[in-house]
Design a protein around this ligand. Sequence first.
Ligand code: AMP
Ligand code: GLY
Length: 420
Amino acid sequence: MNILILGSGGREHSLAWAVKQNPKTERLIVAPGNAGIARLSETTDIDILNAASVVTFCKENAIDFVIIGPEAPLAAGVADATRAAGILTFGPSAEAARLEASKSFTKEICDVCAVPTAAYARFTESTSARAYVKAHGAPIVVKADGLTAGKGVIVAMTVSEALDAINYMFDGGFGTAGTEVVIEEFMTGEEASLFILTDGTNALPIGTAQDHKRVSDGDTGPNTGGMGAYSPAPVLTDAIVDRAMKEIIQPTIREMARRGTPYQGVLYAGLMIENGRSRLVEYNTRFGDPECQVLMMRLGAQALDLFLACAEGHLDQARVTWADDHALTVVMAAKGYPATYEKGTVISGLESLPETSSQMVFHAGTADKNGTIVANGGRVLNVTARGATLAEARDHAYAMINAINWPQGFYRRDIGWRAL
Ligand code: AMP
Ligand code: GLY
């Protein structure tokens, strides 16, 4: 079949890598892709936020199946448009994607189906929000309702920090994403992510992961999109996953279907685990980045069969085949990230690293400059390895990094520490 993947990061490189291995794939195109993706598939520069352009491209290129990577095209209704045009699509409708695009919508769903999550209140103006924070004290969590590229959550350790966040949001700091604000109880415990595929009715857990959000070793420094990840997450035992499926995931999927807005695609549940039980921190309506890279390394070619079962509505007949393995990815970022950083610096040594089913350098932000790979973003490479144990996967990934020569890059040296 002819397959189109939308997106341009390490997540999409790993999706393309897995899909490409499946014999069902005849032609693979990624829009817009990056320099690493261009080595294994065709790429095209269409505007992936413009639903009409995506549909036109699919028709002109006889695309049979569209896989949507990031949240922005989902929120822009691209999955609605491709499905309406009769093209098989992996990814939720704009209405279902509100589970990520609106934090207050998710809280409302949690209330309706008694999903365990932090106690909260919603506000559309600052006076009552400020009064709520003063009444509840710190630590407390202030969240802009809408999509903010991961910047809209302030975990405030003091009341004054929370009040500043409220002012910033209602002063338009996050644009329209901050016209509504959710204020939540601060939850303690260990965080991990659970990934579920659903066709709207059936739910299939396909793996767990943990990431490292802080930029520096020891989980210190500013927050980032994620500096590394590993799968599985030992804290998410089978018993905790089973309970989360019953108490969190299945009720959410049933409620979305009951509303006439069934959720189809991957549901990424951020969970806080404490005393053998998990509570929902947030939903994302896409794979995590870099969590996807470790999941794809473990699933390989079967990922495409699972995505198809999801889109075709027969996930009840699908099975995940597990190797008893572990995968770990280390993000190499441009010095300065997550603040300002240089673009265009040269990366060498990649050609000495064979691409196999147990090691891959996924490209997150690269460009090809006359045959040379150069940095073209903050997070640039995802050095990913698989092993029989997490320690083996980690040692393998760090050995790969030794072969990469990029003086303007940096990486954390302790990815996986919590689980090791
Ligand atoms: P979110 O975008 O909702 O995942 O929030 C980003 C991060 O903020 C999460 O991964 C958590 O580390 C933290 N966070 C969000 N909500 C809470 C909460 N209620 N209690 C503690 N930490 C939270
Ligand atoms: N790595 C976190 C995310 O993709 O949201």
